[in-house]
Structure formats: C-alpha cells, structure tokens
Design a protein around this ligand. Structure first.
Ligand code: AMP
Length: 598
C-alpha cells in the first residue's frame, strides 16, 4: 500500500493508510505538548468561567497558567464533597461545570466506604472515544494482520443507580459501552470483537460471561487477541470456563442454548450465532477435561498473538498466572485512564510489562504534577505544594498526578504516583508506580490501612466473650486462588484456653471484616464474583515478634519498627505461613446492593 512519506512519524510509518490520521494526531499533540496544555487550560477556564467554583477564586477572566496556579488550591475528593452532594441532590446550577452534568461516574476509589462520584459532561464521551480511536493504529504498527480475525474481549456492564436528584451513577465503562459511541461504532476490520453488543450489554454477569465465552469458543480459530480491561477480569473468564465448560460443550454439540440464558435479546442474538458443531464440542471437552490447564489459552485459541489486559500497578500480581495459562504470550497494556479523566496510552504496547510507559495525551485535560517525596507525608498549608507542568518534568523523578478537567475538577489530586521514564517528542512518558494509600487489592477494590484497621476492630469485638483479643495482625492479597482473596494473619491472646473462640466464631469474624470493608470490595464479592471469601489465618503466639526480629536482622531500626499491615515479601510470608495454627474462611457473602449507604 502506498503511504505518503509526509505522514510517517517517529512512531513509524502507519501500518495502514487509515491509521495515518491517528498517528499524526499523536505526533502533533506530543510535539506541541506545552502549547496544547496552555490551550486546554484556557478552554476549560473560559468554558467554566461562570461557575460557582471558579467564581470563588476571582480569576477575573484570566485564563493563563500563572494566575490559575496562584489562585486555585490543590484539592482532594473530600474537599469537593459538599458540591458533589449538592449536584447529586439535584442542584442544576453551574456549580463545577458550565455544561450540564450528564451523569456521575462511580470510581473504584472510595470515600467513607462508598464509591467516589465523579461528575461528567456529555462532551467527555467524545474525548474518551478519541483516545480509544488511537489504540489500534498504534497496535497495528507492532502486530500485523489484525484484520484477519477477531478479538475475544470479556467486557461487562455493571449495575447503575440514580442519585436523589435523578442523575445516573455508574462506572465509566458501563457508561461508555451503553453509549451510541460504542453501540453504533463504525465497522473497523482491525477491531472486530467476537462478543456481540447484546452479550456485552446484558446486565446479568453470568449470562453475559456465558455468551461471550460461547462466542469465543465458536470462533476459536478467528481469535487473534484475547483480553479484558484488567488482568483479574481475564483470569475470571478462565475460571468461568473451568466451571462451565461441560455445559458450554453441550450447547455447542446440540446447537441449543443453555436455559439459564433468559435475556430475550441475548437469546435472539445467540440463536443466529450458535450452530451445532459436535467436532468443536469434542475438542472443548478434550482440552478442558485435562488435569493441567497450562497453556489453555493458546490451546483453545491457537492464533492468539497477545493478551490485551492491564498488568501494571496492582495488576502486576497476576502476570505469573497469565503466563501459565497463555504459555507466556505477550501482555499488552494499552491505556491508562480513570473515571475522572482518560489520561493516555502506551506507544510501545508490545513491550515487557515492567517496561510499560504511558504517554499522557495533552489534549485530554490540564495536567500538573506534585513532586512526590517517597517518604514524606504530604504538604501543609505552610509549605504550599510546588506543582510542575507536563513539559517540565524530570526523567527518573516521581510525581503525583493532579488534573483540571473540562467537567469541572480543578487541581484535583488523582492519587496516582507516576515516574517519568522518558519523553515522546515533548510529552513525558510514565511508569505507573502505585496508587497512594492502597494496602490490598484483588480486582478494582482498593482497601487502605484505615479500612483494614476498622474491619479488624469490628471483627475482634466478637472475640470479647471468649476473653480473647487480637494482639497483632497483617494482611496479604492472595492472587494464587481464582478469584483472589484477602488473607489476614491474626495473632491472638487467648486468656482462657478452655473457652477459646471456635472455628465458627472465627468464620463469623471473617464475615464481619467483609461487612466492614468498602462497597467496591463487597460488590466484587457479591455481584462480580471477582473476589473470593476472606480468610483469617491464626498464627502461633510470638510470631509477630519473630517478624520484628527478622526485619531488624535485615537492618530495620528497633525504635522505628512498625508491624507492616500488608506483606508481600516471600520470606516474610513463608515465616508467617509456617506459624499458622488454623485457617478460617468467610462462610457467606457480605451485604451489597447497588444503592449507596448514604
Ligand atoms: P477508576 O476511577 O475506578 O476508573 O480507577 C482509576 C484508577 O485505576 C487509576 O487512577 C489508576 O490508579 C488505576 N489504573 C487505571 N489504568 C491503569 C493502568 N493502565 N495501570 C495501572 N493502574 C491503572
């Protein structure tokens, strides 16, 4: 194919002519990152100049960076809570944004145990769509021939609610999949999914997963890439296959759909796709009944070139398991996004997970960066933070991301810590280091130290009548089980050994802890089945002293030693596990409903 050489870019000449525009856009944005950022800030401040929020800071029409930085405070979600509550309660005046708030996006980050509500406006959908439209042109540079088959992607919608004032509140991906942008997307031969929209949009997670898996099996030779948003989602799909392959094989053998699929539009759609194929059914049975599931992904989908899942940040824990199931297929992390704002993409998506760097696209929002001192607690009013602009960052340094969005978040701390690894043109590229204050995470749940402390305190109330208390505890996110689960190590002080708490009581302690954890955790347990039952492992008395001895032998200061509330280091976990005297699992699901508790 003839491609105009003027369109070639440092990303490499477009693999296909249709990709030239997207690659050129990336080049333009990254080459002019400074001026694009200046323009974006001016646009946001002009658009929102009459809002109540900006009005408070007397910008007097100024849209330049210096005035903005000198007048607006850096804030967190909690600072905005009163405004967000008013919008949720139905106040339609321009509080944060001049454009009407179209809905709330429910973040997996929580505040007081409930998902944060992120106000958004209609035009943000276009911005998200734009970022999505850049992903395949970049991927096509690295993986040829993706138009010769399909992608098996496990994509889901989650439940939605309405705020007291009537606005929808739902996760950003649910909002996107339900939008016309997604539902009526133009046909792109390089980006065809095996899952029909009806399967993705089915609100029942079993029916949705079942039909998506069935379509994937039916088209197994067509599948060129397998993916989900996060690594945990893809592993959940593999687990689903382990549990349901017999029924799936039966459907394929007979050509008649499992009766548990009751959604009429899904049944109608699947009727057109499902045809009896006894040979394929035999193959599925043969592969899935083997004792070992090593390499199952490439056995079932032999033409898979890569897995498309995010394995950066907390998801890195799943890399060994994905390697096991896929025989070490490349793992592509394509984008970095949040409910607040979609940030950017990976311009080298076939690199090793440890080398992944995301390039923030300067047109998405106005970005600032708070220098992150790895061991400092934060900043005080006496020492106002120094925020650095996108183009002024230094390679090798760590920063916390602060955003100003078209939807009305101003100098808002996202909570992500990023390290600059280099530049693409004048746009920096980032290694995702971690999210602040996250102790435990299995899926999209994020449990912090205070939440864990509260959960332990609530559960240990049940031990009172046994004259028993929790002397020390720590935790661990066990991602070897599928789904993964939280493990809490407890050292108990049992004062009356004749009346020590039974297995039944300790199981109830597990459930009480689960009840105390935030709604994203409980939704993962109840609705998504993405988190397994919480486990308490009781360790011998004296174990935590041994833990301290071990830390001190490795150089920790005796005076400053604190029990780590989460452990990841293998020798420490081996020490803990070797001292376990009993283990107890939560016997039931905690409560969860889509409605917010407050
Ligand atoms: P949410 O607001 O629930 O959509 O979660 C957004 C958060 O997920 C981000 O702020 C990050 O902490 C995390 N996240 C999103 N994309 C990535 C990625 N590619 N790598 C690592 N973490 C990510």
């Amino acid at each position: 194919m003839a491609i105009d050489s003027a369109l070639s870019s440092p990303l490499g000449p477009p693999a296909y002519e249709k990709d030239a525009k997207a690659l050129q856009f990336i080049e333009e944005m990254t080459r002019n990152a400074g001026s694009v950022q200046e323009r974006v800030l001016a646009e946001i401040l002009t658009q929102n100049s009459q809002t109540e929020y900006l009005g408070r800071f007397e910008l007097n029409g100024a849209t330049d960076r210096e005035t903005f930085k000198s007048k607006l405070p850096v804030i967190t979600y909690e600072d905005l809570q009163p405004e967000i509550q008013r919008i949720a309660n139905g106040d339609r005046s321009p509080i944060l944004s001049a454009h009407p708030i179209s809905e709330f996006l429910t973040s997996s980050g929580t505040s007081a145990g409930e998902r944060k509500l992120m106000p958004t406006i209609k035009e943000e959908l276009d911005r998200r769509q734009l970022l999505y439209s850049l992903l395949m042109p970049v991927m096509n540079l690295f993986v040829p021939g993706l138009d010769k088959g399909r992608g098996l992607y496990f994509l889901f919608v989650k439940s939605e609610t309405r705020t007291p004032g009537g606005l929808l509140a739902r996760p950003v991906l649910t909002s996107y999949y339900k939008s016309d942008h997604f539902k009526t997307r133009p046909y792109d031969p390089y980006n065809v999914y095996t899952s029909p929209n009806e399967a993705i949009l089915c609100p029942d997670s079993f029916q949705s997963m079942y039909s998506q898996m069935l379509c994937g099996l039916l088209e197994r030779h067509q599948v060129l890439r397998v993916g989900a948003v996060f690594a945990s989602g893809l592993l959940r799909a593999i687990r689903f296959l382990q549990l349901n392959w017999e029924q799936l094989a039966q459907d394929i053998e007979t050509g008649s759909l499992n009766k548990k699929i009751t959604d009429p539009s899904l049944r109608e759609c699947m009727a057109k796709i499902l045809k009896a194929n006894p040979e394929l059914a035999k193959f599925v049975r043969q592969e899935c009944s083997q004792d070992s599931w090593e390499g199952i992904i490439t056995r079932i989908w032999p033409n898979t070139k890569y897995l498309d899942v995010i394995v950066t940040g907390a998801m890195a824990q799943y890399i060994p398991t994905l390697d096991y199931y896929s025989g070490g297929l490349p793992l592509a992390c394509t984008m970095y996004a949040s409910s607040e704002c979609y940030f950017g993409l990976n311009l080298n998506p076939m690199c090793k997970p440890s080398d992944v760097s995301y390039t923030i696209m300067p047109n998405m929002a106005y970005f600032e960066f708070l220098t992150h001192e790895p061991n400092s607690a934060g900043f005080t009013c006496d020492s106002p933070p120094k925020l650095v602009d996108l183009v002024d960052l230094e390679v090798g340094k760590e920063y916390e991301l602060v955003i100003t969005t078209y939807a009305g978040l101003c100098r808002y701390r996202v909570g992500d810590i990023l390290r600059v690894t280099g530049f693409h043109n004048s746009a920096p590229q980032f290694h995702f280091v971690r999210r602040k204050n996250v102790l435990l995470s299995i899926d999209s749940d994020k449990t912090d130290e205070a939440e864990l402390q509260k959960a332990v305190a609530n559960a240990s109330q049940l031990l009172r009548e046994f004259n028993t208390s929790v002397v020390e505890y720590t935790s661990y996110a066990d991602s070897k089980t599928i789904p993964g689960h939280y493990v809490i190590y407890w050292e108990l002080l049992v004062k009356d050994s004749a009346n020590s708490p039974s297995d039944e009581v300790l199981k109830q302690c597990c459930l009480t802890m689960e009840e105390s954890l935030n709604s994203v955790y409980r939704q993962g347990r109840v609705a998504d089945n993405s988190i397994g039952p919480l486990e308490i492992r009781v360790v011998k008395s004296g174990t935590f002293e041994e833990l301290m001895d071990y830390a001190i032998s490795r150089g920790a200061s005796i005076n400053q030693y604190k029990v780590p509330r989460c452990v990841k280091f293998t020798p420490i976990m081996e020490l803990l596990d070797s001292r376990v005297v009993s283990s107890h699992f939560s016997p039931a699901l905690p409560h969860w409903t889509p409605e917010r508790r407050r």
